[in-house]
Design a protein around this ligand. Structure first.
Ligand code: GSH
Length: 368
């Protein structure tokens, strides 16, 4: 067996769940290491520019950060059972679902964990103290974790628009989406057939650590939906065999409700964010890292309106999706466009995105 990769991650971390599920399905040899306080804040920061997980280090010692970039790099190295479908419509849809799970579900993930912290906090505290502060006196590590939590609650929930007044709308959206996913997984093992795709990996991020493992959401949101619960378990413990994507570039009808959210809610969110960035772009120099959060976006959600700050990084993710369309051979691009036309999805191709590059956890304006 070849030398293993080192995977810096943690059970409590959303994007670690995404990468872990991927590595397991691909049978890529890895050793998971919980980064301690020093590794996280010093070593990882030195190599990637930010204190962040997950990070993957190759046996040759190259450090990789950002699950989308990591999966892309690993797909090139491990071409068995590709997770991006070989046909254009399924491939484009898989990228849309990755973006949707990675970015559009963030308010949901944070709400599910932090709006129910009386039930969720003990597990979080245990994970965080054991992962980041092994060997430290418990009272000190508990105090540091609690301070980190206070900062998170003060900053992150308001950034994402989650508060007492907005929560009922988000709860309505969550119930709609989870019901739709449950109905889909009643008829298909994964989003596009019997093989998990990049889209499934985007979705397992929020649906593992924050919804599928924290006790309140697990008990109230996931366990009552048994097909969705079974999918979460399949994602974590992938079945033997490679499975396959549906033939003829077909999409199951049961994906339609989720695609409605992607086109009717997420696309306006991205358009609102792009407009916001365009308005302030002259204040930044080419190459400059943009703030992690900025401005305000507003978009339709579950029949109401949602307001949250823009994460310019989200627009970098959207740029990847649009770029994947632009790099298609003409005949494949025509198929994707025709499909988008039938489902009211064309505006995603017309987003006015400023050119961005990724810099660690953030986006920066591209140099050219
Ligand atoms: N888009 C990145 C996100 C990584 C990320 O946000 N990781 C979280 C843990 S799940 C983190 O380390 N956050 C540190 C911070 O927000 O400062 C990816 O896909 O890897």
């Amino acid at each position: 067996m070849s030398k293993p990769y080192t995977f810096y991650g943690a059970d409590l971390s959303l994007y670690s769940g995404k990468l872990r599920a991927y590595l397991r399905f691909k049978r890529i040899p890895y050793v998971e290491v919980a980064p301690n306080f020093y590794t996280f804040n010093v070593t990882i920061k030195r190599h990637t520019g930010d204190a962040v997980i997950p990070v993957l280090v190759s046996p040759e010692g190259s450090w990789m950060q950002d699950t989308s970039d990591i999966i892309e790099a690993m797909e090139a190295r491990f071409p068995n059972a590709p997770v991006v479908p070989p046909t254009p419509v399924q491939a484009f849809a898989a990228r849309l679902f990755e973006l949707w799970g990675d970015e559009f579900w963030l308010p949901t993930a944070m709400h599910a964990r932090w709006s129910h912290q009386e039930e969720n906090y003990p597990l979080f505290e245990r994970d965080a103290t054991q992962s980041f502060f092994p060997g430290w006196p418990l009272w000190i590590s508990r105090l540091i974790v609690k301070q980190g939590l206070a900062k998170m609650l003060a900053e992150f929930l308001p950034v994402l628009g989650v508060n007492r007044d907005s929560a009922p709308l988000l709860d309505k959206w969550i119930a709609q989406q989870l019901d739709a996913l449950d109905a889909h997984f009643a008829v298909q093992p994964f989003l596009f057939g019997s093989r998990p795709s990049l889209g499934d990996y985007g979705m397992i991020g929020p649906l593992y650590a924050h919804l599928g493992r924290d006790p309140w959401p697990l008990r109230n949101l996931i366990e009552p939906r048994k097909h969705l619960h079974a999918w979460v378990q399949r994602m974590i413990n992938p079945p033997a065999g490679e499975g396959e994507f549906l033939p003829d570039d077909r999409l199951a009808q049961t994906l339609t409700p989720m695609l409605r959210s992607i086109f009717d809610e997420m696309t306006p969110f991205l358009a609102s964010g792009a407009g916001e960035l365009r308005r302030v772009i002259k204040n930044f120099k080419p190459g400059e890292r943009l703030p992690r959060f900025m401005g305000q976006t507003e978009y339709p959600l579950a029949g109401g309106r949602w307001r949250q700050k823009l994460l310019p990084y989200t627009l970098w993710m959207a740029q990847r999706v649009v770029d994947s369309y632009r790099s298609l051979p003409e005949a494949d691009a025509a198929k994707v466009k025709a499909w988008l036309g039938t489902i009211g999805g064309l505006p995603i191709l017309e987003l006015d995105l400023p050119r961005l590059r990724r810099a660690g956890l953030r986006a920066a304006l591209a140099e050219d």
